[in-house]
Design a protein around this ligand. Structure first.
Ligand code: NDP
Length: 455
């Protein structure tokens, strides 16, 4: 059935963080909005990403905190962990969040279609049931899906999406990759008591991060429960009864109960009809301009499906800019730089601004302040946890250019520092601030250990 022209002012494909925000804002501005979602409302972040990952991450930290508790006088007879309980509670909470997203869309007057959608021409969207709708504008917010490397037996491995649905937590797990998901899941696995082998093809984990962060997290991850193998690629995986044999590039054969691929994510672009002239960039994302417009002017894209950073707050910000530009005619400039980011590994990583190499390249002469210390919290126990903080300062202007941290609460602290970087504060502004004692962030106000680097 084909409906009459312009059934909607905006049709959004994908009800994840970006799609939901854009649909709600456009509808609240008076636009007639439809949204199609083939899975549950909430998208990667809510259903199979940030939120459930954080629950698993919180859970994994109790092994360390339970050990610290002993040093504070607490004694537990026996502590056991139930994967089923964790997954059951996680699922309940995810269901709640998904329902909140749904009711927010409904309250804003957005028409929800629980269906796959395809763009068949510049103004027409076809749902899997066959209905077609005409829209003035179309927004693609379909996110990204896991990438599996092109190796023999890759189908024997799973992605992080599947990990959340495991019926039980295997005892031995191989994680392939060296980015966000690989580090976060290696920490979760080892924290929950299973053994983990992290196989990364490169020589430094977390490509693009500050080199000291990469060095420190590699040392910190390496433990009795987690073995990090750098310069190691997987060439083949074969199933062997209930286990898998993983052959590496250096000829080693490893046995494991599960292989988890954390080898990047690829844009979900299946909703685009091949005849449409929507350009895809080299990284497989949809090419957009500053208004999130694709190469077809009335079709837009935000979030992981486009060429932006794969981060939820970035998708949300892009959706806000899109909705305000297109439906409120508000062309305000939004700051899209100094995007703070955290890796919820154990220990946690927080980073914002320029890393050492980027700052040197741009400003030629920089001051680097570093501090490594044992947080007070751990000092009663024999657990040797350290916190590392690095500040990058422009030598000439003395402005703060970058902040990098490995340690507890790194994400929380980094969020605050990102405002200071956007406000272009100087090192003296930190020095002049009274430290809050005793705390981890007081260290940032008292950093003296400095080297100057120049190229
Ligand atoms: P990342 O891009 O962070 O890392 C992908 C890793 O996989 C890299 O180490 C890469 O190696 C490796 N890799 C890619 N292809 C292959 C291959 N064919 N064989 C072997 N290794 C390969 O992606 P993730 O999958 O970790 O995460 C996906 C996205 O989700 C990220 O872009 C991230 O922004 C986002 N995310 C954010 C989180 C957060 O904010 N806390 C949490 C989780 C995900 P190399 O370095 O050599 O290219």
């Amino acid at each position: 059935m084909k409906n009459t022209k312009a059934d909607f002012d905006l049709f959004v494909i994908g009800a994840g963080s970006g799609g939901v925000r854009a649909a709600r804002l456009a509808a609240q501005s008076g636009a007639k909005v439809g949204i199609a979602e083939k899975d549950r409302i909430g998208g990667t972040c809510v259903i199979r990403g940030c939120v459930p990952k954080k629950f698993l991450s919180y859970s994994s930290k109790f092994s360390k905190h339970n050990a610290v508790a002993e040093s504070y006088g607490w004694h537990h007879e026996e502590i056991t962990f139930s994967w089923n309980k964790l997954i059951e509670n996680k699922n309940k909470q995810i269901e709640k969040l998904s329902n909140i997203y749904r009711s927010n869309l409904e309250k804003a007057g957005v028409k929800i279609f629980e269906s796959e959608a395809r763009i068949i021409d510049t103004n027409t969207v076809k749902l899997s049931k066959g209905d077609e709708y005409c829209a003035e504008k179309i927004l693609i917010a379909t996110g990204a899906k896991p990438n599996f490397p092109d190796i023999k037996g890759a189908n024997n491995g799973i992605s992080s999406d599947d990990f959340f649905e495991l019926k039980k937590l295997p005892q031995n797990i191989i994680v392939v990759g060296g980015g966000y998901i690989a580090l976060e899941f290696s920490s979760i696995i080892s924290g929950l008591g299973s053994k983990c082998e992290l196989l990364y093809r490169g020589d430094k984990l977390l490509k693009g991060f500050d080199q000291d962060i990469s060095r420190i997290i590699t040392q910190e991850l390496q433990s009795e429960k987690c073995n990090v193998r750098l310069n190691t690629d997987v060439v083949e995986i074969t199933k062997n009864k209930n286990q898998y044999d993983v052959v590496t590039s250096d000829g080693i054969r490893l046995k494991t109960d599960l292989v988890l691929f954390a080898t990047g994510r690829l844009a979900n672009i299946d909703c685009i009809n091949k005849d449409l002239d929507i350009k895809i960039n080299t990284h497989n994302g949809i090419l957009v301009n500053k208004k999130y417009q694709t190469t077809v002017p009335n079709i837009f894209a935000v979030g992981d499906v486009s060429n932006s950073d794969h981060l939820t707050p970035v998708a949300i910000r892009e959706a806000m800019i899109f909705a305000r530009n297109e439906f409120e005619k508000d062309n305000s400039n939004y700051i899209m730089e100094n995007i703070p980011t955290a890796v919820f590994s154990s220990p946690e990583i927080g980073t914002v601004g320029l890393n050492e190499d980027q700052a040197l390249e741009k400003y030629k002469k920089i001051d680097i302040y570093t501090s490594t210390f044992r947080p007070l919290y751990y000092t009663l126990s024999d657990i040797n946890v350290r916190t590392y903080i690095k500040l990058i300062i422009n030598n000439k202007s003395q402005r703060l250019l970058g902040f990098h941290m490995v340690g507890d609460d790194a994400a929380e602290i980094t969020q605050m520092i990102s405002t200071l970087i956007n406000k272009k504060i100087k090192k003296t502004d930190l020095d002049n601030t009274i430290p809050l004692h005793p705390s981890t962030s007081e260290e940032i106000m008292t950093m003296r250990d400095m080297v100057t680097k120049e190229i």
